[in-house]
Ligand binder design. Structure first.
Ligand code: ADP
Ligand code: MG
Ligand code: ZN
Length: 476
């Protein structure tokens, strides 16, 4: 019997708003505990929420970017539960009328196959505070209480860890490029509830699922999926009765632990939030928001392949961040040699950035300088070896390639007389070149050329050097 996983994700994403969802408190990650709070987000009696318009706007933006229908007449609902980090004893979320429905994202599998992952719904809701368990007991920081979230719920369309990773990577890249969220998993801006069941391959019917709460790294998602798959397959094989359960990932022991089973499931007693008005969203507003969505990374990738003829690999790497893609785009246009621009950015420029741990937006030179570098190599002003040296200088000083070439006197030597002198000097010093050449070993010419280039500190025109080496060797 061969089994497969059926996986659905509920992903919570913190929205990039300046202030909280129902009050004017500022949002700041890592701020001093309980300094960004007010009666509203502390849930004090008599305080009234006001919905932050930017939350709805970013929610709609996410919906459009993920191909959803937008719910034009919607509302907020109360989800009732008691927990110390939830000061009102209810969360203001959306139940029956989520802001966005029926969307999808396409992922490209290793095999090249495009798979469509359905998105059931996206709703807006507020985050809870943070509990800190210390030796003195549990402490609460309410700075996060009221921070706006969207929850993106997929259909049970995912099958493997590869697909889950691709899906998460894709929504991350879309949401951050569109300015909806910074998606920093390490700061908890993006976290997932993972739903998984198993079934025999070929079965239509879904198995009994477990939900593993609050996973906040790709690595943990993978571990959870592998662990649950093995556990559930084992249980099915042993004919154990399966329960719909909520579990938690125990990182220290590498296993999932039951938090609550169906019988203990929360009854949230959802009902409409009477302190907030109905959401009425106009077509004009949706259209306006749609226009603010920039070209998304996967769209850029497709354009780089189509318009610039870039290999898929280059297009993929260059669109991993918007700033890298924009830098390349400009260098490609200015140089009119996209492949050369790609090679410089993916090669030497990335290497230097990595060595110095800096981002592309921190470079001292511009895409125009890269275009100039490509140009001076093409027109033979400098060799490509010297080009690498010029780039290192650009990296340090931010000066343009032409300035560096002038200041350092790096121009290629096209003076045949001077090059001829060097060629003869090299041949005098290396008699074995002539011997080996006469013995039929043509490859020795490469060595002689290398020696001449070395003598010229890389600044001799390689075409002339090649020509003169061959000519002189044959004469001797
Ligand atoms: P709830 O609201 O109780 O969390 P939902 O029906 O909204 O339940 O489903 C939550 C997530 O679980 C969705 O992403 C959905 O695709 C996924 N899911 C539902 N049934 C299954 C199943 N049998 N196996 C795996 N995932 C499932
Ligand atoms: Mg759920
Ligand atoms: Zn507040």
């Amino acid at each position: 019997m061969e089994f497969e996983s059926v996986i659905g994700l509920e992903t919570h994403v913190e929205l990039s708003t300046k202030t909280k969802m129902y009050c004017g408190c500022a949002i700041e990650f890592g701020g001093k505990a309980n300094t960004h709070v007010c009666p509203v987000c502390l849930g004090l009696p008599g305080s009234l929420p006001q919905l932050n318009k930017q939350v709805v706007e970013l929610g709609i933006k996410a919906g459009i970017a993920l191909n959803c229908e937008i719910t034009k007449v919607g509302r907020m609902d109360r989800k009732n539960y008691f927990y110390p980090d939830c000061p009102r004893n209810y969360q203001i979320t959306q139940d029956e009328l989520p802001l966005c429905r029926n969307g999808y994202v396409d992922i490209e599998l290793e095999s090249g196959e495009i798979k469509r992952i359905g998105i059931e719904r996206i709703h807006i809701e507020d985050d809870a505070g943070k509990l800190l368990h210390t030796k003195r007991g549990a402490l609460i920081d309410f700075n996060r209480a009221g921070v706006p979230l969207i929850e993106i719920v997929t259909k049970p369309d995912l099958r493997t860890t590869e697909e889950v990773t691709l899906y998460l990577t894709k929504i991350k890249s879309i949401l951050s490029a569109a300015g909806i969220s910074d998606c920093k998993m390490e700061e908890g801006s993006l976290r997932c509830d993972v739903n998984i069941s198993v079934r025999e391959k070929g079965d239509e019917k879904l198995g009994v699922r477990t939900e593993i709460k609050n996973i906040n790294s790709f690595k943990s998602v993978e571990k959870v999926l592998n662990y649950e798959f093995d556990r559930q397959v084992e249980a099915v094989k042993n004919n154990e009765e399966m329960f719909v359960e909520t579990r938690r990932w125990d990182e220290a022991n590498n296993l999932t632990v039951v938090m609550r089973s169906k019988e203990e499931a929360n009854d949230y007693r959802y009902f409409p939030e009477g302190d907030l008005v109905t959401l009425n969203i106009s077509d004009e507003w949706i259209e306006e928001i749609g226009k603010t969505i920039p070209e998304l990374p996967h769209e850029k990738q497709a354009r780089f392949i189509k318009e610039y003829g870039l290999p898929k690999y280059d297009a993929h790497v260059l669109t991993l961040t918007t700033s890298m893609a924009d830098f390349f785009d400009e260098a490609a246009k200015l140089s009119r040699d996209p492949k050369a621009a790609s090679n410089w950015i993916m090669g030497d420029i990335s290497r230097l950035m990595k060595a110095e741990s800096i981002w592309i937006e921190e470079l001292k030179f511009t895409p125009n300088d890269v275009a100039e570098l490509i140009e001076v190599i093409k027109d033979g002003t400098i060799s490509s070896a010297i080009g690498k040296q010029v780039l290192e200088d650009m990296f340090e000083s931010g000066k343009s390639p032409k300035t560096i070439i002038d200041e350092k006197g790096l121009k290629v030597n096209n003076d045949e007389g001077a090059i001829l002198e060097m060629v003869n000097k090299v041949l005098d010093e290396n008699p074995q070149v002539i011997e080996q050449f006469k013995a039929g070993k043509d490859r020795i010419l490469g060595f002689a050329v290398g020696q001449v280039m070395k003598m010229a500190k890389g600044q001799a025109n390689p075409g002339i050097v090649n020509k003169l080496v061959e000519q002189e060797v044959k004469k001797r």
